[in-house]
Design a protein around this ligand. Structure first.
Ligand SMILES: CCCC(=O)SCCNC(=O)CCNC(=O)[C@H](O)C(C)(C)COP(=O)(O)OP(=O)(O)OC[C@H]1O[C@@H](n2cnc3c(N)ncnc32)[C@H](O)[C@@H]1OP(=O)(O)O
Length: 307
């Protein structure tokens, strides 16, 4: 009898724990849960079995952080442990309350060549592929939903999953000679890290169909033309490095008080992702956080003119 009661209590607290974890994950913007057959810790452990490279985070006093995909020996391809690293770095950024902006770049002058083909070969069964896909969809959705204005600095190549990663940022800057290419078709695949859904929202369904169906190479000119790129960075001798140019470009949008810049991102994100009535509710709530707050009072006191 006592054993039975204890068991029941244990089951209740275990399911309570599972519920808490699920709620915590949902509140962080995760989209897949165990209901969808996604067992987060299990897939994390599996991914750790494919090591190599790292994803590094540098938080700067300017409020702009730099996230670097770092596996140059494999053109910054994502190993399994780097996928786990990415999730950890996103968690760190979620709790960085002083942040305003984020630059996502690849190490050693190239962006990212997608998933590491060695890991892909090892988990080529559909079940593991789906788990990896859900893990990366979650991590990249959380990246895009950060209250930071983000920009992908594309140098060299962004291929496959690397191209998908660029779409998980608010903006894309392309250096001369750089290419974004959704090579998935050539690999017998379609995007699985959320890249197709995001691409349609960025360039429209006609252009997305052309880029995916033709596996087209997008250079900075085509990128600007279809709205995939938001700026082209020229390589001029003696000029700032691409990273510095990206920081200068981004700082135009991140200049200002931390709560206001984060509020800007939140209302745009709501407008981008939610039905109108929900977006309006969110906008009202975010508005409530800045109305009468220090930046607002300071602006009112300074009687500024917007000439
Ligand atoms: C849902 C996600 C879907 C995906 O992401 S599927 C993966 C899509 N990506 C690819 O297929 C990229 C395949 N790689 C390439 O096309 C070329 O390596 C690439 C990136 C154009 C660079 O060409 P090159 O400049 O000639 O350099 P290279 O081929 O000698 O590469 C240097 C070393 O990097 C390695 N590498 C490049 N991309 C890789 C990848 N994705 N996974 C694993 N290893 C990769 C390549 O094997 C080579 O290594 P090694 O020197 O031979 O040991």
């Amino acid at each position: 009898m006592v054993l039975c009661l204890l068991n029941r209590q244990l089951m209740r607290s275990t399911s309570c724990c599972a519920l808490m974890v699920r709620l915590q994950r949902q509140s962080r913007g995760c989209i897949h849960s165990s209901i969808h057959g996604f067992h987060h810790d299990e897939i994390r452990e599996k991914l750790q079995a494919f090591p190599g490279g790292s994803v590094d985070l540098l938080k700067q006093d300017s409020g702009i952080a730099v996230l670097t995909v770092n596996n140059p020996a494999r053109m910054n391809a994502f190993s399994g442990s780097m996928m786990v690293d990415l999730e950890d770095r996103v968690s760190q950024l979620e709790s960085w309350t002083e942040g305003k902006g984020l630059i996502v770049q690849g190490a050693a002058g190239t962006f990212c060549s997608g998933s590491d083909l060695n890991a892909v070969r090892a988990i080529s069964n559909p079940e593991d592929g789906m788990k990896m896909c859900m893990f990366m969809q979650d991590a990249l959705t959380r990246l895009l939903r950060l209250p930071l204005i983000s920009v992908a600095l594309v140098e060299g190549r962004a291929l496959g999953g690397g191209a998908e990663l660029t779409t998980a940022c608010d903006f894309r800057l392309m250096t001369s000679g750089s290419v974004i290419q959704f090579v998935h078709k050539h690999m017998g695949l379609v995007p699985g890290w959320g890249g197709a859904a995001r691409l349609v929202r960025i360039v429209g369904s006609q252009n997305a169909l052309k880029l995916l169906g033709g596996a087209l190479k997008v250079d900075s000119e085509l990128g600007l033309d279809i709205g995939l790129a938001d700026g082209a960075l020229e390589a001029v001798q003696g000029a700032d490095s691409p990273r510095q140019q990206a920081e200068n470009w981004l700082s135009r949008y991140t200049e200002g008080s931390v709560p206001v810049i984060r509020a800007v991102k939140k209302v745009v994100l709501a407008g981008r992702e939610l039905p109108l009535s929900e977006a309006l509710k969110t906008e009202k709530e975010v508005f409530g956080t800045v109305w009468g707050a220090p930046a607002n009072l300071q602006a009112l006191a300074s009687k500024s003119k917007h000439k």
